[in-house]
Write a protein that binds this ligand. Structure first.
Ligand code: WT7
Length: 691
């Protein structure tokens, strides 16, 4: 009731109910175009957009189909993105140049001479027009305790926090680490950084002190913003204690702001400042810093196949525009909708589709603090019905977890507000697709499987935008967004033509949301993304282009695994495990897991003469991985082996270990190139003996 009241005050009316695609489909030109005899075959891109792009169609009235607009966006990127950037962002100084790329050195620049402030774009301009519109709905851990934050209130909070940061000496360009629960405080802190031109680095609040410390050090942050505690799934998490442990290892830290989530009494040291106290006395006006379009907006650390996690750098204007445009068009978002993305703000999905995309579009966005099963497996749908959510975006791992429970957990809640369902992070298998589409969405919602990455800033492949007449096929992200030219490359590094083919998924265009660099290590950026297939951005994923031209993701091609939708480098887990003094060698691989997508499997060789039992070592190792990385990285299985399969040059043959971990020893293939093929039999036997 509160929400609909606030929405009514904002002139938005009650939360939208079901959107009738039929009526829309019947509109004259759409019907005419779909029934056009010239495009009888649906080839993946010849459909019509559901969400018109007035900036483009007003200037180019012939561009009505997704195919033609998409093609235009590739052929005339300056014209396409220039028009969108002028109309969808508010500039302090308008740009004259749209793109200025230096391909040779992999430097990509969008709107380089433009000036703008992200917090003004996400808050001020909406607060001016609709001060009472709800910006944030905070779905707190305990159901039924939701809180609403209007654009006016968000504006005031952002300014208060920004003033506190500025007054305490945080300057433009400084990196600020955020370690916070999903909350309005987190959003206000992110936006406060953007207001003064500071660069935030949000660290998922499930990461350990060690992981937080390494991210603080890599970014050279002097400031941390955290909270006393977090609550998730009814459990209290001692955030401040983790921060204390991390800060003890980071001499660069000058100040730690401590916000209040539970009000628990926490230890306050000489560097600690109560954020609530400081902010309550601060002004609700704060002049926005004038930012260059290419100034750093944020860092977000993500795992790669080697080394420590990389600080992926996103820039101010290009990222914001791409997040906003994809939020509107992949999801067909409209004024008055309630956008429910379940992701934690610690991941890119939370950045782009909880915070930046929705707020740039003046949307009402949900901050989900809890878990899919707290206090019961109906939590998501209870939230949908209480908040009137129109768009529900989550990870397949959550769906696979929930579909194991009775359908009743879904059916007992009113889901008639839902119009669009979305999935991200991993392949959406057919069972989960049908459960989501048929049961949750009652087959009347659009379900979009969206493929993208931390590095892409926003959605790259997604079945929408397209016409209601164009079918969405289960289990694949299907087709490219504007500005994205998907390319499959072969082992020779060349583009593979035609349909019905597999290859390395690359991008043959430059889009505004592309990550600009790896923080402090541009060479690593070039080596990881640009060098493997010269002339293209390489995603690390493999893909299949089917006979109709639709894209299916086949999975990572590197040593990155995907556990409960979280990206994890096997090398990181190996590094943590080898810290144990009784472990001689370890190899970590992923294997298919029914709920988690992939599970983590550690094969290890112990040092000779170890006194501890295997059980004791396993207990130590679980603790070790948890304290070095995070809970989700802890291997499901630790298998002690007498040796690991290696080539004569000493390289571990992970392909073989993956097969064994997947329970497919009969598919090992040729093992004759191993230095000692007999180790394989020993490992297979040890695996078979696992309980
Ligand atoms: C990796 C990126 C981008 C938000 C969440 C993850 C995998 C992502 C899909 C999808 C199959 C997917 C890829 C990708 N992935 N979306 N729809 N179907 N796989 O971001 O942590 O940067 O991970 O997630 O392997 O490379 P991330």
């Amino acid at each position: 009731r509160l929400l609909s009241k606030a929405l009514q005050q904002a002139g938005g009316g009650a939360p939208r109910r079901l959107y009738c695609t039929k009526g829309f489909f019947k509109s004259p030109h759409r019907a005419a175009t779909t029934s056009s005899a010239t495009s009888p075959k649906f080839d993946g891109t010849n459909d019509i957009t559901t969400t018109p792009i007035p900036e483009i169609t007003n200037a180019y009235p012939d561009l009505l189909t997704h195919r033609s607009i998409h093609q235009f966006s590739l052929e005339q990127p300056d014209e396409f993105w220039g028009r969108l950037a002028r109309s969808r962002l508010e500039w302090q100084e308008e740009f004259r140049t749209v793109t200025d790329h230096d391909f040779k050195n992999s430097h990509f620049r969008w709107f380089p001479d433009g000036k703008l402030n992200v917090s003004v774009n996400c808050v001020d301009r909406h607060a001016r027009r609709h001060p009472d519109r709800v910006a944030l709905v905070w779905e707190k851990d305990e159901p039924g305790q939701q809180e609403y934050v209007t654009y006016k209130q968000l504006h005031d909070d952002v300014c208060r926090v920004a003033n506190v940061l500025r007054d305490s000496g945080v300057k433009k360009g400084d990196r600020v680490a955020l370690y916070l629960p999903v909350s309005p405080l987190a959003v206000a802190s992110m936006l406060a950084c953007t207001r003064i031109g500071a660069v935030h680095s949000v660290v998922f609040a499930g990461f350990s002190a060690e992981a937080l410390a390494s991210r603080i050090k890599d970014a050279g942050a002097e400031t941390v913003i955290t909270a006393d505690q977090a609550v998730r799934g009814g459990k209290v998490i001692e955030l401040k204690k983790v921060v204390d442990a991390a800060v003890a290892k980071c001499p660069s830290i000058k100040r730690v702001f401590v916000g209040m989530r539970t009000g628990a009494k926490v230890n306050m040291g000489p560097k600690d400042i109560s954020l609530d106290q400081a902010a309550s006395g601060a002004s609700t006006q704060c002049s926005p810093s004038v930012q260059g379009a290419e100034d750093l907006l944020f860092l977000l650390y993500t795992s790669g196949s080697t080394g420590s996690p990389k600080g992926v750098v996103h820039s101010t204007a290009g990222y914001l525009l791409y997040a906003a445009v994809t939020h509107k068009h992949a999801f067909d978002y409209r004024d008055g909708d309630v956008f429910g993305c379940m992701a934690d703000i610690g991941w890119i999905t939370g950045h782009s589709y909880v915070v930046y995309g929705p707020l740039a579009n003046g949307a009402t966005t949900v901050l989900f603090e809890s878990t899919p099963t707290y206090p019961n497996p109906g939590r998501y749908w209870d939230t949908v019905s209480r908040l009137g959510i129109t768009h529900f975006y989550c990870a397949p791992t959550a769906l696979r977890l929930l579909l194991r429970y009775e359908d009743e957990w879904v059916q007992r809640y009113d889901r008639s507000s839902l119009r669009v369902l979305g999935s991200v992070g991993e392949p959406l298998n057919h069972e989960a697709w049908h459960w989501f589409n048929d049961l949750v969405g009652e087959k009347r919602c659009d379900l979009v499987d969206t493929w993208w990455q931390t590095e892409t800033g926003g959605i790259m492949l997604s079945p929408r935008p397209s016409s209601p007449g164009a079918p969405i096929l289960p289990g694949m992200p299907m087709r490219p967004m504007f500005g994205m030219r998907p390319v499959l490359c072969g082992t020779d590094g060349k583009e593979i033509q035609g349909n019905g083919v597999d290859g390395a998924l690359c991008v043959g265009s430059v889009w505004p949301g592309i990550a600009r660099t790896v923080y402090g290590d541009h060479k690593r950026y070039v080596d990881t993304y640009m060098a493997p297939y010269p002339g293209y951005y390489f995603s690390g994923d493999g893909a299949h282009r089917d006979k109709d031209g639709h894209y299916h993701i086949t999975g990572r091609m590197d040593d990155v695994i995907n556990v409960t939708g979280h990206r994890l480098g096997t090398a990181e887990v190996e590094d943590a495990i080898t810290e144990h003094e009784e472990v001689a060698e370890v190899a970590v691989v992923g294997y298919p897991h029914e709920v988690k997508g992939e599970g983590v499997f550690a094969f290890m060789v112990l040092k000779e003469g170890t006194h501890s039992t295997n059980e004791e070592i396993t207990v130590d190792l679980r603790k070790l991985v948890r304290s070095q990385i995070a809970g989700y990285a802890v291997p499901e299985v630790f298998l002690v082996c007498s040796g690991l399969p290696k080539t004569r040059s000493g390289k571990i043959m992970r392909r073989i270990l993956r097969k064994i971990a997947s329970g497919k020893p009969e598919e090992l293939g040729d093992i004759s190139t191993l230095a000692d093929p007999s180790v394989v039999e020993a490992i297979v036997n040890a695996h078979a003996a696992l309980p």
